[in-house]
Design a protein around this ligand. Structure first.
Ligand code: FAD
Length: 479
């Protein structure tokens, strides 16, 4: 029997999967690397979906980093789109793969396997959830469907032919000019979509179950975001639970909530994701927090030669040392690379996550790293929270903007646990200094001593990071 090359099989071809595949090939060029992806697309930036729907990015192809063709020609990878891995057979070291075009199933042997199956949107079993025009927003296909729907509204007078177009045309006479959207969930994706939809001229309502938007962030930050939403004409219903959806002829017309009903044309369901770990679990892979795949620092699962990375996997919090599930593209890329390198024989490890995230909500930059007060309470860590506002530029330099910073600090040790910021400029990248501080296990005193740069267009002579650290120290009785 002819011997074959050592083979890595990767399941899932977006951020983690393609990072793993490319890293493995770079590490060991003689290894054969095959990626199976069940959708038609690979290697796209879902993070840019809000800007595609707002029409700031016109062509969806801009979101794609590498096409299957380029991956084969430029990276020497074998890429099979529209191929779903239906089972992993760890004993036989094989996967079962179904071609979604031809319906044929084949067995493919592997020496190493990387599971990068990502996450899927949470869809609770509410009445009417499967009505047409209740959209989720996770994949490029979801983005295409939502944009097509809005485009059909805006071109309805000129439209001929498409059933969607004919439908919205029939509505426009009695429903006014602007399509109405209800966004269920006030997390960062839901709020980014508020800006996208307002830019497209839509009537936007957000329904949020909790007492604030942006999940566990401190109210010192979320109150500013909520004011911004209001000023931009977004209707926000907090502490409101969606009970179901209603419509006629299979099409949505109303969102039912515990505080009353909302007439709408379409819904974006944005209440979070869950790891796509079913395939792994069935194969005997041990799951951990939130049913994410449990991995070690080398991205190894409990099964030999099987790795996992990205939104399907867990990670260690560098703040608490505990396992967490924080699905982010930045982590998926890093974990994917490390899984690929290890699968190809290089020893590298992933230290963990701080949960650093940035988002743009209209002209506000919002950012966080580490723990919020809510997180610290949940972890039963005694803490102090301190909020101050500084400025993005020197007072004498024109057009500076306020920056609000909240620090969460361990009360007994002074260890920095986390930071959150909001402002119109100078926020999104400033948070990275504090993410680095968390990696350095710094105390708030260490942060106050940092030698940060200063020039009037970029900062005040005492950077807001330092001002906030000094105020926190004062609050702790150390100044
Ligand atoms: P996924 O992107 O979910 O990819 C997994 C792939 O595996 C999918 O294509 C799926 O079809 C495929 N697959 C699953 N099962 C199988 C199977 N059995 N066989 C074959 N293929 C399979 N993150 C940030 O860090 N910053 C941001 O600003 C940001 N903004 C975002 C905005 C939006 C609108 C969205 C939706 C996400 C955003 N994210 C952001 C999150 C980021 O996009 C994800 O963390 C990232 O895509 C995760 O990559 P992944 O490869 O782990 O998983």
């Amino acid at each position: 029997m002819a011997s074959r090359k050592e083979r890595l099989v990767v399941v899932g071809g977006v951020a983690a999967g393609m990072s793993a595949a490319s890293a493995a090939k770079r590490t060991r060029s003689e290894m054969e690397v095959i990626v199976f992806e069940k959708s038609p697309f690979i290697s796209y930036g879902a993070c840019s979906i809000p800007y595609y729907i707002s029409d700031e990015i016109k062509d969806y192809r801009e979101l794609i980093a590498v096409t299957p063709d380029a991956a084969e020609k430029e990276r020497s990878l074998v890429v099979r789109t529209l191929h779903e891995v239906t089972a992993i057979l760890p004993e036989q070291k094989e996967v079962l793969v179904r071609s979604l075009e031809k319906g044929k199933e084949e067995r493919v042997a592997f020496d190493k396997l990387v599971i990068a199956t990502g996450a899927i949107p949470i869809k609770p079993p509410l009445s009417g959830i499967d009505l047409q025009h209740v959209f989720t927003l996770r994949t490029l296909e979801d983005a295409l469907a939502v944009k097509r729907y809005i485009d059909d509204w805006s071109t309805r007078d000129a439209c001929v032919g498409s059933p969607e177009c004919a439908y919205v045309k029939s509505l426009s006479a009695d429903k006014g000019e602007r399509p109405r959207v209800v966004i269920v969930g006030g997390g960062y994706i839901g709020l980014e979509m508020c800006e996208s939809f307002r830019k497209r001229g839509l009537d936007v309502t957000v329904v949020e179950k909790m007492d604030r938007v942006l999940g566990t962030m401190d109210m010192s930050i979320t109150a500013i975001v909520e004011e911004k939403l209001q000023n931009e004409g977004v209707k926000l219903f907090k502490e409101t639970t969606v009970l179901g959806f209603e419509g006629a002829d299979g099409r949505l017309s109303r969102v039912l909530t515990d505080k009353g009903n909302l007439d709408t044309d379409f819904v974006i369901l944005s209440i979070g994701v869950r790891p796509e770990s079913t395939l792994a679990e069935k194969a005997g892979v041990v799951l951990s927090v939130n049913k994410a795949i449990g991995v070690d620092a080398h991205m190894r699962t409990n099964l030999p030669d099987i790795y996992a990375a990205g939104d399907c996997a867990d990670a260690i919090s560098i703040v608490t040392g505990k396992k967490v599930y924080i699905p982010l593209g930045t982590t998926a890329n890093k974990q994917g690379r490390i899984a690929g390198e290890n699968a190809a024989g290089r020893e590298t490890d992933f230290e963990g996550v701080a949960g650093t995230a940035q988002t743009k909500i209209f002209d506000l930059e919002v950012a966080r790293t580490g723990l919020t007060s809510v997180d610290a309470e949940r972890e039963k860590i005694p803490y102090i929270a301190s909020t101050v506002h500084g400025r993005s530029r020197a007072k004498a330099y024109p057009a500076g903007k306020p920056i609000f910073i909240t620090y969460v600090v361990e009360r007994d040790t002074g260890k920095l646990l986390g930071a959150q910021m909001v402002g119109q400029e100078g926020v999104a990248l400033r948070i990275d200094t504090l993410a680095a501080a968390l990696y350095g296990r710094m105390t708030i005193e260490d942060v106050a001593r940092l030698d940060l740069g200063y020039a009037p267009p970029f900062a005040t002579v005492w950077d807001p990071i330092l001002v906030a650290a000094n105020v926190a120290l004062k609050k702790m009785g150390k100044r």
